[in-house]
Each structure stands twice: as structure tokens, then as C-alpha cells.
Design a binder for this molecule. Structure first.
Ligand code: FE2
Length: 495
């Protein structure tokens, strides 16, 4: 087994809701960007049949830009990964439920998925939270959809959740969700958010803003970055995992102190000292948006019925809508493999022969949350970040499936009966389930670790030429096509 060491970082563009406006998004991406991430409402509409599979008010039913990328008339100028939201051509996404290319250079992450792109680990899921449907198991969708299934198809389910919740904590990863984690607004500039979206107040007061499944995932995975969309506003937050506890609505910790204190005897005293940086970003966000257009319609938060606010006016390419924030301040060069392990050398002067005491503690990076707006003029829908690569990454190809995720996926699929019996609390905090299945997951992971390079690539490498066209752009009926990318995936992993 060989490991390739990857260090450094790369520029990644993050986009909020796409709503079929790929041309405008791509026009705004600088050449230095190596990856574009789109956080849902992508609308991969190939033909009139796909338009029958998307849940949007009739006045918003438009083909959008995607068909040109599907047919090859245009090519995505930057490699693009996206998750699904609540306004999608759900028949096409169902074809590729385990992920796959929807067009050359444009990759759908799947209902859930974990990908490695050039040394960055991307964990994500598609859809939004709905309490009732969350407790139902994921089933194959049937097309044509009826008035009910056209909506329930994009509600993520408890088995979807567990495919991510059973992963180990991944403090250096990037996580994508369309809707926000529940109460993430408590970790950013809440007043600013309310100023931009006053109608969020009632949901905030009722504790109903955001998804509890996402906040439970956030608490467990503790990723480096979390990107979302859906609520059509740019918002920053930071959740620190080592700071003194201040308040804890969802069990995580808030940011309180200002400087790094190294006290090996008290983890709670550790503070990463990044507050000023993020505060400045939030302030920048406020300043930058002073001239932006205000709220334009009445919304119900966290509902499927969020108004798309799709202006009838033509979208213009507006460079000023892009927040190019290349943040090098936290870049670490030549980090050791175990990057979060910090040696706290508490030794006295060695030359005086006194006892040397060295202790190790784990410092977790805070999670930086960023939600972005939809692609409209004067909206903050795009942001460029410099994202650190994970130090050790297997394989020499730029694009891979994640072996731990595949292990979890196999185990969750195998234990559907057990998962079906779990109640809400047992799903969100699956202690008993972990007790039952962790060994099986570990065995799969160990088996994958033993693979030689050739076998590893055969199993996990994602072929950039994997796109295969299914629907014809002239098809008019709602159809679910068989996609060879899905067939191959299912056969390969015995699902
Ligand atoms: Fe949405």
C-alpha cells in the first residue's frame, strides 16, 4: 500500500442555490479556481420530461442552462461537484443516487456521498429535512411523481443520515448540505441575519430554523468547513470545539476567549485564537452587503415552499457578486500526518537536569460555516476560499470515492431492518447501532487498506470520462432511465 503525501491548498469556489443558472456562475469563476462546489437546487433539466419531475411553482418552470452542458454544446470550464436541494429534476438525480457525472466535468455527489478531489475530502448529502419523512426509510422513487412524491422524494431519510453519521469524526473535511444545521445562526451574527431576513425571527424563537439532522452531524463530524444554501442569504458562523463552553443549545461549544492558551490539564481552556479573523469576515459580510438588495418576499423558513425569489429580470454577470476571499492566514505548510496533534512541551530547562514532561493534546479546528445566496444580480452567491488539502491521501489519481464511506454504505444497506426499528433519538445519537455494526465497518475499512494500488484504483478511482447520456433532449415524458454509472457502482460494491 502506498500513500501519496499531498500538502498545500487549492482555491475552491462555493456557490449557493444554482437554479439552472450555470452560465452566469461559470462566467464569475476566476481561472485560478480548481473546483466549484454548488450547494443544491442545481436543476439538471435535460428536456421537457425532466420539467415534470421538479417541484417548483409553474411560473418558475424553465429549462435553464443545463441542457447545453448535457449535450456537449458547452463544457463546464471548471470541475464541478454539486449536491441536490429541494428544486431538482428528481428523476435524473434518482438515476444517479450513488453519485455520478450528470454532464462532462459536472459530478453529482449523490443522495449521500464522500469524495476525494485533489486531496480534499468532501462529505455531503442532498435534499432537505422533513420530520415526518426523515423517519421513513429511503425507497426507490417511482416516476411519474404525484403531487406528494414530487416533494417527498427530496426529503432525506434516517438511513441517509446514518450513512454519514457512522463515519468517524473528520475535522479536516468539507461538509455540504442544502439546508442549514439547526441553530447555526447562534454561532454567527444573528442580528445581521435578522436584519436581512426578519421573517426568520419566528422560526428562531420556536427553535425551528435549520435541520436537527444537520446539527447532529455537525456535532459529530466537526468538519473544517460546512457549506449550505437554501435560505437565500449569505451567512457566516464559526463553531469552536475546544473553547470554553458558553451556551450549548445543540450541545456544541461557543467561542468566548481571544487568545490561545495552552493548558494541557484543561482542554476547555484551549482557544484557537481565530475569533478576530472570523469576526472580521462577518463584519466584511455586513459591510459588503449594505448595498445589496433587501428582502423581497415573505417566506416561511425551513419549509419546502421557500419562495425562489427568481426575478424575471435578466441575470447579468456581476463580478461584484463574487466574494473572492482567499484566506491564507490559516494555511499550514508541511504539517505532520497527524495534523491535529499538538505537542505541548511542558519541560523545565533540560540542562539543569530537571524532569522533562511532555504531554499531547488534540486541538480540533473550529468548523467554519458558510451559507450563500442564490444566483441573482447583487446577491452574494459565490465565494472563493483557499482550502487546505488533507495531508495523506491514497492513490495518484485526482478523484476518488472514500473507502470509509463505502464501508458504512455497505453496512447500512445490510442492516436496513435494524435501522427501520430505531426511533428518532436512537437515530440522531445511534449509540446502540454503532455498538452493533462498528466492527463490520472496521473490517471493511481494514480490507480496503490492504489493497494494492491497482486494486485500490479499480475499486475507488472515479473516471473523469464516466459520463453516459441517458435521456434524449427531445423526450417529453417524465421518465426514469437506467444509468450505467449506477449499475457499475452497485455491482462493484455488491449493494
Ligand atoms: Fe432550496
Amino acid at each position: 500500500m502506498s500513500k501519496k503525501t499531498i500538502s498545500g491548498s487549492m482555491q475552491v469556489a462555493i456557490e449557493g442555490c444554482c437554479h439552472g443558472m450555470l452560465n452566469n456562475i461559470y462566467r464569475n469563476i476566476p481561472k485560478s479556481v480548481e473546483l466549484l462546489i454548488i450547494c443544491g437546487d442545481f436543476q439538471a433539466i435535460r428536456n421537457q420530461g425532466d420539467l415534470k419531475c421538479i417541484a417548483v411553482p409553474e411560473k418558475y418552470l424553465k429549462m435553464g442552462d443545463f441542457a447545453d452542458y448535457y449535450t456537449g454544446r458547452k463544457k463546464a470550464p471548471v470541475f464541478t461537484i454539486f449536491i441536490g436541494g429541494n428544486h431538482e429534476a428528481s428523476n435524473y438525480l434518482e438515476e444517479l443516487k450513488y453519485g455520478g457525472f450528470v454532464a462532462p466535468n459536472i459530478y453529482y455527489l449523490g443522495e449521500t456521498g464522500v469524495l476525494w478531489y485533489k486531496g480534499i475530502r468532501i462529505v455531503g448529502w442532498s435534499g432537505i429535512y422533513n420530520k415526518e419523512n426523515f423517519m421513513k426509510m429511503r425507497e426507490n422513487a417511482h416516476v411519474p411523481f404525484n403531487r406528494s412524491t414530487i416533494r417527498s422524494v427530496y426529503h432525506y431519510r434516517k438511513d441517509d443520515y446514518l450513512k454519514l453519521r457512522l463515519l468517524k469524526q473528520c475535522n479536516s473535511s468539507v461538509v455540504l448540505s442544502h439546508d442549514w444545521p439547526h441553530e447555526i445562526h447562534e454561532y454567527g451574527n444573528r442580528d445581521y441575519l435578522l436584519k436581512k431576513k426578519p421573517f426568520f425571527k419566528s422560526d428562531m424563537e420556536k427553535g425551528e430554523l435549520g435541520s436537527p439532522a444537520n446539527s447532529a452531524l455537525l456535532r459529530h463530524l466537526k468538519p473544517r468547513h460546512w457549506f449550505s444554501a437554501h435560505l437565500h442569504v449569505r451567512f457566516l458562523a464559526k463553531v469552536a470545539w475546544n473553547s470554553p463552553k458558553r451556551q450549548s443549545v445543540d450541545g456544541s461549544e461557543a467561542i468566548t476567549s481571544k487568545k490561545l492558551k495552552l493548558d494541557a490539564n484543561n482542554d476547555d481552556e484551549l482557544d484557537l485564537g481565530l475569533d478576530d479573523c472570523i469576526d472580521e469576515r462577518i463584519q466584511n459580510s455586513v459591510n459588503n452587503e449594505k448595498d445589496s438588495e433587501g428582502m423581497t418576499s415573505n417566506h416561511e423558513c425551513n419549509a419546502d415552499e421557500i419562495d425562489l425569489e427568481l426575478s424575471d429580470s435578466e441575470i447579468t454577470s456581476s463580478k461584484d457578486a463574487v466574494n473572492c476571499k482567499v484566506n491564507n492566514s490559516e494555511k499550514k505548510e508541511d504539517t505532520a500526518e497527524n495534523e491535529n496533534e499538538i505537542q505541548l512541551d511542558l519541560s523545565e530547562d533540560e540542562s539543569e537536569g530537571k524532569e522533562i514532561r511532555t504531554e499531547t493534546t488534540t486541538i480540533l479546528n473550529p468548523t467554519e460555516f458558510l451559507a450563500l445566496d442564490k444566483c441573482l444580480p447583487r446577491r452574494r452567491f459565490l465565494e472563493i476560499l483557499q482550502i487546505e488539502k488533507t495531508v495523506s491521501s491514497r492513490g495518484t489519481h485526482p478523484f476518488y470515492l472514500d473507502p470509509e464511506y463505502i464501508a458504512v454504505l455497505k453496512v447500512v444497506n445490510k442492516h436496513k431492518d435494524l435501522i427501520e426499528r430505531l426511533n428518532y433519538e436512537q437515530v440522531l445519537e445511534p449509540t446502540e447501532l454503532i455498538h452493533e455494526v462498528q466492527q463490520e465497518i472496521d473490517e471493511h475499512v481494514a480490507e480496503y487498506r490492504q489493497l494494492n494500488d491497482e486494486d485500490y484504483d479499480r475499486l475507488f478511482k472515479i473516471d473523469f470520462n464516466g459520463f453516459s447520456k441517458t435521456a434524449n433532449i427531445h423526450d417529453r415524458g417524465a421518465q426514469l432511465y437506467k444509468n450505467s454509472q449506477t449499475t457499475t457502482f452497485v455491482e462493484k460494491f455488491g449493494l
